[in-house]
Design a protein around this ligand. Structure first.
Ligand SMILES: Cc1ncc(COP(=O)(O)O)c(C=O)c1O
Length: 364
């Protein structure tokens, strides 16, 4: 183990890199409590493991390229038709696919945001413009962005990393304004399963250029398996499907996806427990001097260190001594070196985080 328990600069501040951090510290990943990646603290539905084991039996065959059973189950779950769904190897694959297939003249990204939108645009040489949301609005998009020539817009709802959530009533005028301009829109709903009623899926039929992105990663707790999908009108899913590599969703992922959708009890319990723990963590973190916590609506909280001299990188480092890993959020566009993000975990771990935060006391 490193004597001073400090991280070398080569370890990137992004979330979910628990293996890399543990390696750099000379400890096991299991010895760290990971608040840096926003995964359902309840893990995955119990049936997922059974489905994965059963799927192993058909490993000698290629997977169903169309993911037909999964698309039918998703269609039934969301009240859509199977040809309005396209599955992918995590929603990240689909972000790259959309840019590759649509070849936007220019893309607009509402920030702060998931970095892969920008990375995908750069990979396919699409110029990018940014529309920052304001800290005073808790990073909530209040009005349609000025497109500045963009014909593809990326917006996450709930927003990440802020956790800001627009209701369908608040979002619709924005989507209508974008539709009127003829622009494509990727509405990233990677975290909406925690507040499913806020999804815009019921309005999909009204917007031929709307693409709703969804993920099994966060809510169903399977980041390692890679499963995501998009929802769009049939003509658009067909165009996107033509540009997708074959067999990107393996047999285990398809089977586990079906098992996840069958477990309503897991979904209800996850929504309840995460909402309760988020409110607990929000209330308790807000008591810490020197910390401004934004009232996120899903399974993570963005916070700003307001005490003089405190930086996200220093707090992240200090918390590692308590075996806690948080997300230093300073590298998100529109944020700065004072922002951190923490995932909502189970009560015992949340209490562990709170004790460590008091011990490191940003405001001290
Ligand atoms: C807002 C948002 N969208 C999409 C993703 C990608 O998720 P996945 O590729 O695991 O489905 C992430 C992952 O962190 C995210 O934060």
């Amino acid at each position: 183990m490193r004597e001073d328990f400090s991280l070398p600069d080569t370890v990137a501040p992004h979330g979910g890199n628990v293996y890399e951090v543990a390696r750099a510290l000379g400890i096991k990943a299991a010895d760290l409590v990971d608040f840096s990646a926003n995964i359902n603290p309840l893990g995955y539905p119990p049936g997922a493991e059974v489905a994965a084991a059963e799927a192993w039996e058909v490993m000698t065959h290629y997977p169903d390229r169309q993911c037909q059973d999964l698309k039918e189950a998703l269609a039934a779950y969301h009240g859509l038709s199977p040809d309005e769904i396209l599955a992918g190897n995590g929603s990240t694959e689909l972000i790259y696919l959309v840019v590759r297939a649509l070849r936007p003249r220019r893309a607009l990204i509402v920030t702060p945001a998931f970095s892969e939108y920008e990375a995908a645009c750069r990979m396919y040489q699409a110029p990018v413009v940014f529309h920052p949301t304001a800290e005073e609005d808790s990073f909530t998009l209040r009005r349609p962005p000025d497109l500045g020539g963009a014909d593809l817009v990326f917006l996450a709802n709930p927003a990440s990393p802020s956790g800001a959530l627009l209701t369908p009533g608040e979002l619709l005028p924005l989507v209508e304004a974008l539709a009127a301009s003829g622009s494509y829109m990727v509405l990233d709903e990677a975290f909406i399963d925690f507040v499913e009623d806020a999804s815009l899926k019921a309005s999909l039929g009204n917007f031929p250029r709307l693409i709703i992105l969804r993920s099994f990663t966060k809510f169903f707790g399977i980041p390692g398996l890679r499963l995501g999908y998009l929802m769009a009108k049939p003509g658009l899913t067909a165009t996107l499907a033509e540009a997708q590599e074959p067999w990107s969703v393996n047999v285990v992922a398809q089977a586990v996806g079906l098992a996840c959708l069958a477990d309503q009890e897991f979904m209800d319990r996850s929504r309840e427990e995460v909402a309760r723990e988020r409110d607990f963590l929000l209330a308790e973190m807000s008591r810490l001097p020197g910390l401004k916590v934004f009232a996120g609506k899903v399974n993570y909280l963005l916070a700003k260190l307001t005490g003089s001299g405190w930086l996200a990188s220093r707090l992240r480092q200090a918390l590692l001594k308590h075996r806690i890993l948080i997300r230093d959020a300073s590298n998100f566009r529109s944020l700065d070196e004072r922002f951190i993000r923490v995932a909502v975990r189970r009560r015992e771990e949340n209490e562990q985080l709170l004790r460590a935060l008091w011990a490191c006391r940003p405001g001290r």
